[in-house]
Design a protein around this ligand. Structure first.
Ligand SMILES: Nc1ncnc2c1ncn2[C@@H]1O[C@H](COP(=O)(O)OP(=O)(O)OP(=O)(O)O)[C@@H](O)[C@H]1O
Ligand SMILES: [Mg+2]
Length: 244
């Protein structure tokens, strides 16, 4: 059994995932860090010596990694990701409009008019929520500009983590990354303007992978075919390599 995990999980967490796999009936459990799986799924030539950066923005975690020679050189995992954007909308609407909206409405807003980089055209939509003052249903209008404002903090947290990984990456590999660009995967990378934002703030070309939501699953499928090459036991090959 091959299970993907966020990069940088603790040994205790690792053990818990392995135990869950064993209890589910697997004879051997292999773990694979999600950014590695995402890179494989995105079709990056991970075995090359040249450094590449992958930013996987999922629902619960964002995984950032610099990959070279089939190993993760530097990585970070933060619990700020797609769902954090939904929370940011809820908070914003509560504060600015004094209206309470649910998680589903917030996600719909994110998908329909959400953006993280100034768009060419502005859109507004009418939304229903519950007025915090009267407790009654209330209709209000929200615009793309407001989305930008609401997302500011969350974007900054993701950008800071990217800066941090770049700062800690050996200079030659940073040079490679700036040439090869940053590949974005995960559903959160589909948020409008995400590639533009990362490009603008890092000066590094960034592009969303093809079918970003299924990259990790696709990469795991590829890795599963190479399971024979993986180390016997329960520890994944890539992590081992990094420790040696
Ligand atoms: N078109 C879209 N625009 C903006 N966000 C989107 C879009 N499609 C999906 N998302 C968001 O992507 C997130 C889910 O992404 P994904 O399926 O990659 O997560 P996951 O792999 O299940 O989570 P994790 O990697 O944290 O375990 C959700 O927050 C969802 O709202
Ligand atoms: Mg994911």
């Amino acid at each position: 059994m091959l299970i993907s995990v966020p990069s940088g999980i603790t040994e205790v967490e690792e053990r818990a995932v392995i135990d869950a796999g064993l209890q589910a009936g697997a004879r051997k459990v292999y773990l694979m860090e999600e950014p590695m799986a995402a890179a494989m799924g995105a079709g990056l030539p991970i075995e090359e010596a040249s450094g590449r950066m992958i930013v996987d923005i999922g629902g619960g975690t964002t995984d950032i990694a610099v990959i070279s020679m089939s190993g993760i050189v530097r990585s970070a995992s933060l619990k700020t990701a797609g769902d954090s954007f939904d929370d940011a909308i809820i908070k914003y609407v509560r504060k600015k409009h004094s209206i309470l909206i649910g998680e589903r409405t917030a996600e719909e807003l994110k998908l329909n008019i959400g953006c993280v980089y100034p768009p060419n055209d502005s859109v507004s939509v009418d939304v229903k929520g519950r007025c915090l003052l009267t407790g009654l249903p209330k209709l209000f209008t929200i615009s793309t500009e407001e989305m930008l404002e609401a997302f500011d903090d969350v974007c900054m947290q993701i950008l800071d983590a990217i800066y941090h990984v770049l700062e800690n990456t050996p200079p030659e590999l940073v040079a490679d990354v700036s040439e090869n660009g940053i590949t974005l995967t995960g559903g959160g990378s589909l948020l409008k303007g995400m590639d533009k934002l990362i490009r603008a703030r890092t000066n590094i070309p960034a592009q969303v992978a093809e079918n970003p939501v299924s990259c990790v699953a696709k990469g795991m499928g590829k890795a599963l075919q190479q399971l024979g090459e993986m180390q016997d036991g329960t520890i994944n090959l890539f992590r081992r390599k990094q420790l040696q």
